[in-house]
Design a protein around this ligand. Sequence first.
Ligand SMILES: C[S@@+](CC[C@H](N)C(=O)[O-])C[C@H]1O[C@@H](n2cnc3c(N)ncnc32)[C@H](O)[C@@H]1O
Length: 315
Amino acid sequence: MWKGYEALPSYFGGKRKLARRILSYAEGKVFIDAFLGGGSVSLLAKAKGFKVICNDIAERSRIVGKAIIENKNKKLTDYDIYSLFKETDNNFIRDNFPNLALEKDVKFLDNAFANAKTDLQKLLLIKFLFKYKPFSMLSNKVPKDLSNCNLKVIKPHLKYMFKPIRTLKRIKEQINYGIFDNGQDNEFHQKDVFEFLRNVKGDTIYFDPPYAGSQSYEEFYNILDSILMQKKIPVKKSKFNSAEAEKFLHRLLDESMHIKKVIFSFGGPKIDGQQLLKIVQEHRPAELYEIKHKWSITASKEQMQTATEILVVTK
Ligand SMILES: C[S@@+](CC[C@H](N)C(=O)[O-])C[C@H]1O[C@@H](n2cnc3c(N)ncnc32)[C@H](O)[C@@H]1O
């Protein structure tokens, strides 16, 4: 797989494996990614020379959008790493998520998140946290003494915390690899998608909304989101996870009629390609592509699953 992706956090529902296929349908010079998520499609579009305009409502995605998609040349330095270690009186993780990390490691994380001033540093810490705990284990339910956990899964991840500087330097290199100038002024917006659509102009728009019937991003990433904001965030699920999700898919299509090409991807447990094709065809002529691919829900290869992804592309 393309090395540039290593700059990005692994993301629930991320489209690394589909990005080339998705972009093969893109037309024109300006590519819009209305649900950036972990950034895989936008980053590949950037590498292919499109002007990328991306959007996501979440802080975790804002960090990716600013640090990687908009960023042309500002790289992480060793100083950015060392400055994370300054002592602070921050105890947010210790006080709110006491079982998230081993006691001796919590102080480092609390210092680091208090010291992180730039989006590049925050991205470094998100990736570090995911290495320490693959994102499906970013749960407050992990018992403190680890005695009841599946040690085979957890142990390899603990080593990252024992040598944080070495690990952080390795992640720094990965992130820096994904920072480049493609000759365009790429943009990130942090808006609800319908507000974003009101003013955005471009040639192709890609929609990868959350899927009704899947766990919401707000629940899945609640601990991470709270750590990033340094306050406990109540879970407010996206409207795309609601029972009325279909209505919002129609609205996405209605409100993007000014954009020539629309590419939709859908995944999740209960996907009916024909039904989704019908939704899109109520607005424009479109074609359906069903693609089987393997995806990983954790950093561990054991938890690979096969999923069918659906692309609906307008003609
Ligand atoms: C399926 S993910 C996108 C994954 C992305 N294509 C990737 O490759 O990583 C869906 C994203 O939609 C965002 N989202 C949910 N509701 C939204 C809304 N109303 N407006 C904008 N973004 C929203 C979530 O934060 C999440 O990052």
